[in-house]
Design a protein around this ligand. Structure first.
Ligand SMILES: *Cc1c(COP(=O)(O)O)cnc(C)c1O
Length: 242
């Protein structure tokens, strides 16, 4: 494990303020002024001091991808009362680390993983928020359930003890073509909207599944225009690794 220290002289608070200003402009530009889109700061590969600097700078949520790193940073993040979300592919044998330190696992893409999380949560006598990760672009390299299977998985996960489905997450298409990227985000929003509409009608139990975690530094404006409630930013807040 090779964790980076903060770049010398880096001002996390100023960098986070810049990102939040971009979020506010993007919200206003699409008629969502005051929507309260949250910024998750991806602290993966940064050392404990750097992750704590992000928390002290006002990161509302920090995102960790690798459970070996979370083992190391988790106690200090807990001490700082940071909200930690797991945003990377989670192996079942590492699920205990997530249950120990995370408020939410955004990367649930199989029932087997959810069942493991549920069992661990019951043992630990805690509840856990989860999001369903959806592969909206259909790229083989990307984790996530297919859009067609997302609602069935969400329903099955919601039925498990100790888990609450709070929404849907995706990693967008890596492309400069606005319409192609936005089409993927629109797919995720459609899944979320269907979940809420059917829950309202009483045919799904997903009325709490309103979050849309989508958009990163290169495309947060497009994601917000398509309804993102949370964007995930790494380098823009943490700096460039040495
Ligand atoms: C790392 C990561 C991000 C942030 O990416 P950067 O390139 O560091 O800004 C967003 N989402 C996920 C799932 C990530 O793993």
């Amino acid at each position: 494990m090779d964790l980076s220290p903060s770049p010398a002289g880096w001002d996390h608070a100023a960098a986070l303020a810049d990102v939040k200003a971009r979020v506010h402009v993007a919200e206003a530009a699409c008629g969502r002024a005051g929507a309260g889109v949250r910024v998750l700061v991806a602290t993966k590969s940064w050392d404990t001091a750097a992750a704590l600097a992000a928390v002290r700078a006002g990161a509302q949520v920090v995102g960790e991808s690798r459970m070996q790193e979370l083992e190391e940073k988790g106690p200090a993040l807990a001490e700082a009362e940071a909200r930690v979300h797991v945003i990377g592919q989670l192996q079942r044998n590492k699920a205990a680390t997530a249950v120990r330190f995370a408020e939410c696992v955004q990367s649930v893409d199989s029932l087997a993983l959810a069942e493991r999380l549920s069992r661990l949560c019951v043992e630990a006598e805690r509840d856990l928020d989860v999001m369903i990760q959806v592969n909206v672009s259909g790229e083989d390299s990307k984790a996530g359930v297919s859009p067609d299977d997302a609602l069935a998985l969400a329903r099955a996960v919601q039925a498990l003890p100790a888990l609450a489905v709070t929404g849907f997450m995706t990693i967008g298409l890596k492309s400069q073509v606005e319409e192609d990227v936005r089409a993927g985000y629109r797919t995720l929003r459609g899944i979320r909207d269907t979940a809420l509409i059917r829950s309202e009608a009483g045919t799904l139990p997903l009325s709490a599944a309103w979050e849309l975690s989508m958009g990163m530094s290169t495309d947060l404006e497009w994601a917000i225009a398509e309804g993102a409630t949370m964007v995930r930013i790494g380098t823009g807040v943490m700096g460039e690794r040495a």
